[in-house]
Each structure stands twice: as C-alpha cells, then as structure tokens.
Design a protein around this ligand. Structure first.
Ligand SMILES: CC(C)(COP(=O)(O)OP(=O)(O)OC[C@H]1O[C@@H](n2cnc3c(N)ncnc32)[C@H](O)[C@@H]1OP(=O)(O)O)[C@@H](O)C(=O)NCCC(=O)NCCS
Length: 168
C-alpha cells in the first residue's frame, strides 16, 4: 500500500471531497457547488490526501481578509484584491488515515502564503480542535461581538484562530 500523500485537488475529485465532508461534518453541511467554487477560485490552496484506495481527506484554503469569516455553505463570489491572510476553510481526513497528516497540508499552505507575500494563516476551529491547531502555531483570537455572530454559523464553541508567519 502506498503512503497517503497530499496532491492538488481537481474538480474531478469533488464527488469524493463532498462524500467525506458529508461523513465528517454531518452538522455543518455544505453544497458541492460551494466546495467546487473554492477549488476553481484557488486551486493551489486546495488539496486531497490520496492513497491507492482513493481519496481519504481534503483541505480547502483561499486568500481572504483577517477577521472576516466566509459564511458556511456560502459562495465567495470572488477573492479580495488585497487579501491579508490565507484562510483554511476546512481540513477533514477519514478516521483510519489520521495521525499527524494535517501538518503537511498546512506546510504547503504556508509555502503558498509566503510565495503570495501573505503573512498570516487563518481558520475557524470547530469540534474543540484548538489544541490541535495550537500545536502547529495557531492562536485563538478573542472575538468581538461581530466576529462572534459570524462564528455562530459554525456551531457552538467555534473559535477564530490566526498563525503569524512572520513570527515563525
Ligand atoms: C483535523 C484533522 C484533519 C487532523 O488530522 P491529523 O493531522 O491526522 O491529526 P489527528 O486527527 O491525528 O489529531 C492530532 C492530535 O489532535 C487531537 N485531536 C484531534 N481532534 C481533536 C478534537 N476534536 N479535540 C481535541 N483534540 C483533537 C488528536 O487526539 C491528536 O492528539 P495526539 O497526537 O495526542 O494523539 C482530523 O482530525 C479530522 O479530520 N478531524 C475531523 C474534522 C475536523 O475537525 N477538522 C478541523 C476543523 S477546524
């Protein structure tokens, strides 16, 4: 069996991505077209974890503005001209294939940010995952009322986190 490896996502991977999303995030459903738009707008930010048994995980990221959170299951329409962060929309891996695999995807996103002269990575942590993200350099941001309202669509306990690349 070949080792799972991250490779760029293609639109032909969408059915697999969507099936994993539905399985891992039953309470946070997103339409396949919404996931597809992210791959179309920022293919270099989107990856799949590939194995000889097929796709077992995915990561979706795109340039965005800090402290702005795209609504769940909403279209981005377009990317901002003056993006100041790379926003990791979601990373999900099937349980049998977990064990430190997010690190390599985030390392790819970090390289993309540096190439794009973007100094910050951002994400919304769900399911109590802040400790996982803290281990790879993210810090929770104290949310003001506006940010808290936007976080609400991600469920209870969602937390906005940033990683400053300049400081690494
Ligand atoms: C996030 C994810 C891709 C990370 O995969 P991974 O890099 O292989 O990492 P693991 O799942 O092995 O987890 C790494 C560590 O974080 C811990 N962790 C994972 N999920 C956690 C959670 N919900 N709460 C607290 N700790 C968690 C694991 O126990 C593990 O700890 P250990 O190293 O001491 O055993 C994978 O856990 C996943 O798909 N989770 C479900 C979807 C999800 O939560 N996505 C993130 C949304 S922000």
């Amino acid at each position: 069996m070949s080792k799972p490896h991250w490779r760029p996502a293609r639109t032909s991977d969408l059915a697999a991505i969507s099936a994993i999303a539905a399985r891992i995030h039953p309470a946070l459903p997103e339409r396949e077209e919404v996931l597809a738009e992210k791959i179309t707008l920022c293919p270099e930010g989107c990856g799949v974890l590939d194995t000889d048994q097929g796709i077992v995980g995915y990561g979706l990221a795109h340039p965005w503005m800090r402290y702005r959170i795209p609504p769940l299951d909403g279209f981005l329409q377009e990317l901002p001209d003056s993006a100041d962060c790379l926003y990791i929309h979601d990373v999900a891996v099937l349980p049998d294939f977990r064990g430190g695999v997010v690190r390599a995807y985030v390392a790819d996103i970090e390289k993309l940010a540096r190439r794009s002269r973007i100094a910050t990575l951002a994400l919304v942590s769900v399911y109590g995952t802040p400790p996982l993200w803290e281990r790879i350099g993210f810090r929770a941001v104290t949310a003001d009322a506006e940010l808290r309202a936007k976080l609400a669509s991600y469920g209870d306990g969602a937390s906005y986190m940033l990683r400053d690349l300049a400081a690494m």
